[in-house]
Design a protein around this ligand. Structure first.
Ligand code: HEM
Length: 181
């Protein structure tokens, strides 16, 4: 997979209008009116805040899971997916000190992240970006797009994931909701 850079730029313009910025765990972010998701290139100056990440290889997904995801998932930029959510996330040092196989066990065998998430495909389109190795403030930038009719499903997905063992390692999470402007 190509390592593609992304910048989420909050400011006065952008294709998404920000509806809410909610600190779920830890500190929030300043309020802005618009958000731009820019893959590649360098964002312009003058933003209220900019969060950066890269698309990267998969750490935990096993082959049958990858095949199921490929078969079911929808791409971004669907015409009817007028709602979006950016959830920047930081996991604790305890998480990062675990061995890879222990992290996988918590992520899937105990928390069923992929199994739960797959239930919401193709309704919810998703993209995961990594920020930790860039020295960014967030380990992950998670991005979702969905139709208004699937807002309740997205809320249910969030509450199921936040109740898992995996989320006990989440020390900062912000829930930024947007609609296409
Ligand atoms: C739409 C349904 C979802 C599906 C199908 C899904 C699937 C996945 C998969 C397959 C991975 C593992 C990638 C890898 O192997 O490295 C992953 C990672 C991740 N997902 Fe989800 N996910 C979904 C929803 C969510 C939601 C709603 C959130 C945030 C609230 C979220 C946050 C994360 C995070 C932070 C990671 C990185 C975990 C880590 O590397 O420690 N996911 N997801």
């Amino acid at each position: 997979m190509t390592i593609e850079r992304v910048s989420f730029v909050a400011g006065a313009c952008g294709e998404w209008r920000i509806q809410s910025v909610t600190a779920i765990t830890g500190a929030g972010l300043p309020v802005a009116t618009h958000l731009k998701r820019q893959e590649g290139g360098e964002p312009e100056d003058g933003a209220t805040w900019t969060l950066r990440g890269v698309r990267s290889h998969q750490r935990y997904t096993q082959r049958p899971e990858a095949a199921t995801l490929m078969a079911r998932q929808a791409g971004l930029d669907r015409h009817d997916a007028s709602h979006g959510a950016l959830l920047p996330i930081v996991k604790s040092e305890a998480w990062w000190h675990l061995a890879q196989d222990d992290r996988r066990a918590i992520f899937e065998e105990t928390s069923h992240h992929i199994a739960i998430g797959t239930e919401y495909l193709p309704m919810i389109a998703r993209r995961l970006y990594h920020g930790r190795d860039l020295g960014e403030p967030f380990d992950f930038l998670t991005w979702f797009e969905y139709a208004p009719a699937h807002s309740a499903a997205f809320a249910e997905l969030l509450s199921r994931l936040r109740a898992t063992e995996e989320w006990r390692y989440v020390v900062r999470e912000i829930d930024i909701r947007v609609v296409r402007s």
